[in-house]
Write a protein that binds this ligand. Structure first.
Ligand SMILES: *Cc1c(COP(=O)(O)O)cnc(C)c1O
Length: 217
């Protein structure tokens, strides 16, 4: 696949399900990818990227930002509170807000700095013990808590269990977002972004289908 190929599939899916393409943002997930591949996608004009580690993003994006001032980078992986300040400086949005301690730290830093990236609350829709995110039953209370801290909560994010039908999880995330008056839905990856668009995704996170397989060796 390629950036063009993915954009074509997004357009086709939007048309099929009555979505406006302007309402679906493609986050090109550049984690682990060699800089040459990222530079290639930047050269094609794409300006929205996703990283899952603060440290990796620190080593990569400041230089690209010097070259491409209008680039946006979102954090889509877990955030430790001791990296919160760095994350707030580096990212335009954080998709992994998932616990009161982190919300408290982000709120304190937002007051101090006078700015805050857009935030998404991660929901562990599959209730998997090893996975980050608030439980679906705790989501309403956590969103309320984050809002009470004046945090700019824009939406919800989920990563469905690998062995389950993603549509069920996307539908659950959408239901929780709707009852909390949240417009943003960060859901869908290389293997299921079309289903996510059908079910209302506003932010799809696509890595390997754009850049090729990640080489962890
Ligand atoms: C790596 C990652 C993706 C992209 O996965 P692909 O299968 O390569 O599209 C999406 N979301 C999160 C949270 C990720 O960590």
């Amino acid at each position: 696949m390629s950036l063009n190929g993915i954009n074509e599939r997004i357009a086709k899916t939007c048309e099929q399900f009555g979505r406006d393409v302007a309402d679906v943002q493609l986050i090109a997930v550049s984690k682990v990818q060699p800089n040459a591949r990222v530079a290639d996608v930047l050269a094609q004009g794409h300006r929205l990227y996703g990283e899952n580690k603060v440290q990796e993003a620190v080593g990569k994006w400041p230089d690209f930002r010097d070259e491409f001032a209008d680039v946006n980078v979102h954090l889509i992986g877990p955030l430790q509170t001791n990296k919160a300040r760095q994350a707030m400086e580096l990212f335009d949005a954080i998709h992994s807000v998932d616990r009161p301690k982190l919300a408290g730290t982000l709120a304190r830093l937002a007051q101090e700095v006078g700015a805050c990236p857009d935030l998404f609350v991660q929901v562990n829709t599959g209730e998997e013990p090893q996975k980050a995110g608030v439980l679906p039953s705790d989501a309403d209370a956590f969103v309320a808590e984050a809002r009470a801290l004046d945090l700019p909560v824009k939406g919800l994010m989920c990563i469905p269990p690998v062995d389950e039908e993603p549509a069920l999880h996307f539908a659950l995330l959408r239901k929780i977002a709707e009852r909390n008056g949240l417009a943003g839905l960060s859901m869908g990856m290389s293997s299921d972004f079309e289903t996510a668009i059908q079910l209302g995704a506003t932010h799809i996170r696509v890595g390997s289908a754009i850049f090729g397989e990640r080489d962890y060796s």
